[in-house]
Ligand binder design. Structure first.
Ligand SMILES: O=C(O)CN(Cc1ccccc1)C(=O)c1nc(-c2ccccc2)[nH]c1C(=O)O
Length: 171
């Protein structure tokens, strides 16, 4: 038994590896563990990419996600902590998101880092983490896109009245 387990970072809403015996923690899987050993660590099925909510495909009662929001002049509230008056076009906002997606390259830690810097949502201060939400709590396109993701997956560009988003499902 390696002593390692998978936990979810509360401040960033992304998984990390922790060993209570040695008190070591790391963002990536500890070296020396096979893929199968990682997949069988305590917490892995709940928090690592590829996990999915519930059995036989029903919509789990709640999910957790982080997002990177880029607003544009058509956003319902074209203002944010970063920019009091947002005038960019939707096309420009989408191009920015695609650039960020390339830099993130599937890494939950990189996602949190870029969301902190560039997201126009107040959740930027938590690495984009929105916490848990249930059906009916978020704008429908956002909810549907999140439920369509497996845990650990990042969406394509998702459009809502708030702007355009990248979404990382974390639970
Ligand atoms: O759409 C609006 O009229 C204003 N909003 C809604 C809002 C404003 C503050 C906090 C949370 C939501 C936003 O524009 C907004 N939407 C979001 C949002 C959208 C989808 C999922 C999660 C957050 N964040 C923000 C924000 O400023 O921080």
């Amino acid at each position: 038994m390696s002593g390692w387990e998978v936990r979810l970072s509360n401040s960033r809403g992304v998984p990390y590896f922790y060993n209570p015996e040695t008190r070591e923690s790391m963002w990536e899987a500890p070296p020396g563990l096979s893929q199968e050993e990682v997949a069988n660590l305590p917490g892995a099925k709940q928090y690592l990419p590829g996990a999915h909510g519930g059995a036989n495909g029903e919509r789990p009662a709640q999910v957790r996600a982080s997002h990177l929001l880029v607003k544009h002049r058509g956003s319902r509230r074209p203002s944010s902590w970063k920019e009091p008056n947002i005038t960019r076009s939707k096309e420009e906002a989408i191009a920015m998101l695609k650039e960020y997606a390339g830099q993130i390259n599937g890494s939950p830690e990189k996602f949190a880092e870029l969301a902190s810097k560039y997201s126009d949502c107040s959740s930027h201060s938590h690495g984009g983490d929105l916490g848990f939400f249930k059906p009916g709590q978020m704008q429908k396109p956002f909810e549907d896109a999140t439920y369509a993701l497996k845990v650990g997956e990042i969406s394509d560009v998702v459009e809502t009245e708030s702007g355009v988003h990248l979404i990382l499902r974390t639970a």
